[in-house]
Design a binder for this molecule. Structure first.
Ligand code: B12
Ligand code: SF4
Length: 479
């Protein structure tokens, strides 16, 4: 019986985008396999090497008898590090099977496998059932043994011998002598399966307590939730919007997961996960999934949380100003709620052209008043370098930040740049979205991040360094 190891490689070439969090879905995937008889663990390579400098994945794999290593290549900023880790691992332990998955691996699946021969398989989009079938076929874990499976066997030189077996697994990319094969992407997880996933399975993360502390040690700890043990969690998958800059937009998710519509989890399963987080010492959950926006869903969810007496604080990213009802339910259900709004620009024109859920500056200021009146905390996020943004729009952003500073001194104001994201409308159709970007395929993203790249584009009006300076300007104005 061999173990499965999910390995998370942070970005080591640009400290400003460290990619220190695991994908929200990773503990749920590992738990899904664990419950089907596979012996799984999640290893955060950055955390391991911080706790024990010199720690080696290859040594760990040999020592623990791991037969399969599954890398999340979710964020494109991991492109260089995941390939580097896969290559080093396969050199040291040629018999290990290497799998990759996540948004970026899915979007570039065929190219990634051609680029990095050390990756044996890519599972695109929703991974649960395809991964379970793949693990059985490679003969990993108790599940396969119980099902009459084989001991894990080397796949180096390509998964040639398994050709017949791999061909029937949906969403799978695999190798044969003639090249890389992409099976039809026909699997999208049904609601019943999603409702059974356990996102709170932090016990499968090696050094899970330290990982929780790592998540909480965000720059935001100086804000009202100091001392909280924070965890990110979303009660669904996908998005209904198509914001120009977002690699998780509806059109991108259609390409990545064949899921053009968001799916909300059953509220009972969400409450079960929230309770389980609280039971593990998590004190605050951060949700970023107001995608429809379906405020009715959240109103009901928050009522259920209150009824079931789940003791958690909440940070809620609202995609549009929340209704009074939602704010009231939030306050009744959670301790110290923080509401985040991301107008991105002070210019309503730029906001309308780039973000799907439009609201005016007057709506925004009114929402801040309603939030403050209820004693809740609020934060605003702005960015620079949006398509069709010019100097006049920058002045409008500075003016809005100034007004918020003056009228709402307790509201936190933040600014971050947004890099080019694979599959985002501006990446797919750069001209239409006022973007000039040299990064098209995986090889270019790999090379860009090997050199510690940051944004990867310019707009019609601003160069990359100007965009970064504007973010600095907004940050200075926000103090
Ligand atoms: C919530 C969220 C966050 C949260 C939580 C992140 C987290 N821990 O997952 C916060 C706010 C912290 C965050 C931060 C960032 N995010 Co974010 N985030 C999102 C958002 C809105 C939802 C993600 C989500 O909940 N998905 C649902 C859960 C269930 O699925 P999942 O965890 O994504 O995993 C799925 C698959 O990828 C796959 N999978 C994942 N890992 C693996 C591994 C294997 C082996 C396999 C087979 C499959 C697999 O299985 C799951 C089923 O679909 C998306 C946009 C969107 N609408 O999707 C952006 C998004 C994912 N984020 C993005 C970015 C860029 C970032 C940041 C880099 C921003 C920055 N500059 O700092 C950071 C990186 C943080 C880090 N890793 O340290 C981009 C990624 C684009 C890309 N392809 O690289 C997206 C698409 C938005 C965008 N702007 O384009 N984010
Ligand atoms: S930025 Fe827009 S497209 Fe992306 S997740 Fe948020 S609402 Fe959806």
């Amino acid at each position: 019986m061999s173990k499965l190891c999910f390995a998370h490689a942070p970005n080591t070439t640009n400290p400003s985008v460290p990619i220190k969090f695991l994908p929200i879905g990773l503990p749920a995937i590992a738990d899904y396999l664990e419950r089907r008889g596979f012996d799984c663990e999640i290893v955060h390579l950055g955390l391991e090497r911080t706790l024990a400098p010199g720690w080696s994945l290859a040594d760990h794999v040999r020592r623990e008898g791991i037969g399969v290593v599954l890398f999340d290549l979710h964020w494109h900023q991991q492109s260089y590090d995941v390939v580097k880790e896969a290559r080093a691992l396969k050199r040291a332990v040629p018999g290990v099977t290497v799998v990759a998955g996540g948004f970026t691996a899915s979007y570039f699946a065929l190219e990634l496998m051609r680029f990095c021969r050390e990756i044996d398989f890519v599972v695109r989009g929703h991974p649960e059932v395809p991964l379970e079938r793949l693990m059985k076929e490679v003969g990993a874990g108790r599940g396969a043994v119980e099902a009459g499976g084989r001991a894990p066997r080397p796949l180096s030189g390509g998964a040639l011998a398994g050709r017949g077996r791999w061909a029937g697994i949906p969403n799978l990319c695999w190798r044969r002598r003639a090249g890389v094969v992409a099976n039809p992407q026909s699997y999208v997880a049904p609601s019943a399966l999603l409702d059974g996933l356990r996102f709170s399975s932090l016990g499968l993360v090696r050094h899970g307590k330290e990982y929780l502390r790592l998540m909480s040690d965000h720059e935001d700890v100086r804000l009202p939730h100091e001392g909280d043990l924070l965890c990110y969690y979303n009660p669904g998958r996908g998005c209904s919007a198509d914001c120009s800059f977002c690699g998780g937009a509806r059109s991108a998710q259609d390409a990545i997961s064949r899921q053009p519509r968001p799916v909300f989890f059953d509220r009972r399963s969400v409450v079960r996960d929230l309770r389980a987080f609280a039971g593990q010492g998590v004190s605050r959950v951060h949700m970023c999934f107001d995608v429809a926006p379906r405020q009715d869903y959240f109103v009901e969810l928050f009522r259920e949380v209150r009824r079931r007496r789940v003791r958690l604080a909440l940070t809620f990213e609202a995609y549009a100003p929340p209704s009074d009802l939602l704010l009231d339910e939030m306050r009744a259900a959670f301790g110290a709620p923080i509401v985040i709004l991301s107008p991105e620009s002070g210019s309503e024109t730029v906001r309308r052209r780039n973000k799907s859920f439009h609201y005016s500056n007057a709506d925004l200021l009114a929402a801040l008043r309603r939030i403050e009146r209820r004693g809740l905390a609020a934060r605003l996020y702005f960015t620079a370098g949006l398509p069709h943004e010019g100097p006049r729009d920058v002045l409008e952003t500075l003016s809005l930040i100034g007004r918020v500073r003056k009228e709402f001194p307790s509201v936190g104001v933040f600014s971050y740049p947004i890099s080019i994201e694979p599959g985002a409308p501006r990446h797919v159709r750069p001209r239409e979205h006022d973007t000039r970007c040299a990064l098209r395929g995986f090889a270019e993203f790999y090379e860009f991040h090997r050199r510690g790249g940051q944004l990867g584009y310019r707009t019609g009006r601003f160069s990359e360094s100007e965009i970064l300076s504007l973010v600095g300007l907004y940050r200075a104005a926000a103090v």
